[in-house]
Design a protein around this ligand. Structure first.
Ligand code: C2E
Ligand code: CA
Ligand code: CA
Length: 365
C-alpha cells in the first residue's frame, strides 16, 4: 500500500510508523493511511481459522520547529485519539486539539514510552515492628521521573496507567525492580525483611500475572515468603476470578495483604474465605488514635478481628509519636508512616537499613 519513496518502520510492539516525504498536506498521508487500514481489514487465514485485525492511525505534518521526537509523539497522540474513537479510523493531529485532551493524550503517550525509557523509580518506605524497633520490611512505591514535569507521584499517573492498561507492564517492572532490590540488600547487608508490592485491579485481571510473579521469584532466587502483594479490598469485591488468582498466587508461597483495610465494603465472611495473611489498617483510623475514643474503638475492633482470623496487621500513616505509642499499647504489631520514615530513594533506604534502624522506634515507649 505504500509507495517506493515511503519509509516504513516498526517502533515496537504493535506500533509502526511511515514517513512520507514531500507531502503537500494532510491529504496524501491520510489517503495512504486509509489505504493501509483497508488492506488490513481483509480477513486472513491462519492454521485453518479466519482472523480479522484492525488498526488505527494518526497523521501529523512536520514543521520546522519540531524535532523527530516531537513529531512521533504528535503522531502518537493522533493515533490514540483514533483508537479512542473506535475501530480502524484515521485521525489528524491538529494543534487546536482541546488543551485538556491534549495534556492527557500527551501524558498517555509519554507513559507508554516511560517504561522502556527507564523513567520510573521505586521508592521504599519501611514497615517497623513496634516491640523490637526492627525493620520488618519495605513497601515499594513507584514514582515517575518525567523528563519535563519532574518527579510525579502515583496519583498523577496510576489512574491513567490503570485505565489504559499500561499498569500491567509498569507493575511487572516494579515487581522485578523491588524484588531485585530486596535480594541485593540481602546479599550486602543480610536484610531478611519483606518487600511489599502494590497490585492494581487491572493487574489482578491479567492472566499472565501468576506466571510473571513465579518467573520473577525464580530468576532472582527470592524466597517467596519475603514477597508480599498488596491488594485493596474494593478490588477483591469486584469479581470472582480475583479470588482464583489470589489462590494461585498464594500457592507460589508469597504473602498477601489487604490494603487500605476498612475503607471498602468487604464483609467479614468474605474476608474469611480469602487467602490473605495481612491487613493494612488505613490511615483514616490511625489519624484519630491518639485522641478520639471512636478511632481507638475501631482500631481495637480491627485488631481483634485480625487476631481471630490469624492475620498480621500493619497500621498505615503513623505521623507522630503519640499515635505510635497508642498503637503499641493497643497491641498493633507493625506500623508504617512518616513518623518513622517517608518513602525513600533506593540509596537512602539502603542507608536506613544499615544505620538508622531503631532510633525512632526505640523511642516509642
Ligand atoms: P498505598 O498503597 O496506600 O501507599 C501508601 C501511601 O501513603 C503512599 O503514597 C505513602 O507515601 C503514603 N504515606 C505513608 N506514610 C504516610 C503518612 O504518615 N502520612 C501520609 N499522609 N501519607 C503517608 P504514594 O507513594 O503517593 O502512593 C499512593 C498510592 O499509589 C498507593 O497507596 C498505591 O495505591 C498506589 N501505588 C504506589 N505505587 C504503586 C505501584 O507500584 N503499583 C500500583 N498499582 N499502585 C501503586
Ligand atoms: Ca499499599
Ligand atoms: Ca494503604
Amino acid at each position: 500500500a505504500v509507495r517506493p519513496g515511503d519509509t516504513v518502520a516498526r517502533l515496537g510492539g504493535d506500533e509502526f510508523a511511515i514517513l512520507v516525504e514531500d507531502a503537500a498536506g494532510f491529504d496524501e498521508p491520510t489517503e495512504l493511511a486509509e489505504r493501509l487500514l483497508a488492506c488490513l481489514d481483509e480477513p486472513f487465514e491462519l492454521a485453518g481459522k479466519t482472523f480479522v485485525i484492525t488498526a488505527s492511525a494518526g497523521v501529523v505534518l512536520s514543521n520546522p520547529h519540531d524535532g523527530p521526537d516531537e513529531l512521533i509523539r504528535n503522531a502518537d497522540m493522533a493515533m490514540y485519539l483514533a483508537k479512542r474513537e473506535g475501530k480502524a479510523c484515521v485521525r489528524r493531529f491538529e494543534p487546536a486539539l482541546h488543551h485538556a485532551a491534549l495534556e492527557r493524550l500527551e501524558l498517555e503517550a509519554d507513559l507508554r514510552r516511560a517504561v522502556q525509557r527507564g523513567e520510573f523509580v521505586v521508592h521504599y518506605q519501611p514497615m517497623v515492628e513496634l516491640t523490637t524497633g526492627c525493620i520488618a520490611g519495605f513497601e515499594a512505591l513507584v514514582r515517575w521521573q518525567h523528563p519535563r514535569r519532574g518527579l510525579l507521584e502515583p496519583s498523577d499517573f496510576i489512574p491513567l496507567a490503570e485505565e489504559t492498561g499500561i499498569v500491567v507492564e509498569l507493575g511487572r517492572w516494579v515487581l522485578g525492580e523491588a524484588c531485585a532490590r530486596a535480594q541485593r540488600w540481602h546479599e550486602r547487608h543480610g536484610f531478611e525483611g519483606s518487600i511489599s508490592v502494590n497490585l492494581s485491579a487491572r493487574q489482578l485481571r491479567d492472566p499472565g500475572l501468576v506466571d510473571d510473579v513465579a518467573e520473577t521469584l525464580r530468576e532472582l532466587r527470592l524466597d517467596p515468603r519475603r514477597l508480599t502483594l498488596e491488594i485493596t479490598e474494593t478490588v477483591l469485591m469486584d469479581d470472582d476470578t480475583a479470588v482464583d488468582r489470589l489462590n494461585a498466587l498464594k500457592a507460589l508461597g508469597v504473602r498477601l495483604a489487604i490494603d487500605d483495610f476498612g475503607t471498602g465494603y468487604s464483609s467479614l465472611n468474605y474476608l474469611r474465605r480469602l487467602p490473605v495473611d495481612i491487613v493494612k489498617i488505613d490511615k483514616v483510623f490511625v489519624d484519630g488514635v491518639a485522641g478520639d475514643r471512636e478511632a481507638v474503638g475501631l482500631i481495637n475492633a480491627i485488631l481483634g478481628m485480625a487476631r481471630a482470623l490469624n492475620l498480621e496487621t500493619v497500621a498505615e500513616g503513623v505521623e507522630n509519636g503519640g499515635q505510635a505509642r497508642r498503637l503499641k499499647e493497643l497491641g498493633s504489631a507493625f506500623v508504617q508512616g512518616f513518623y518513622f520514615a517517608k518513602p525513600m530513594a533506593p540509596d537512602a533506604a539502603e542507608l536506613f537499613i544499615t544505620t538508622e534502624r531503631t532510633e525512632r522506634t526505640s523511642s516509642v515507649r
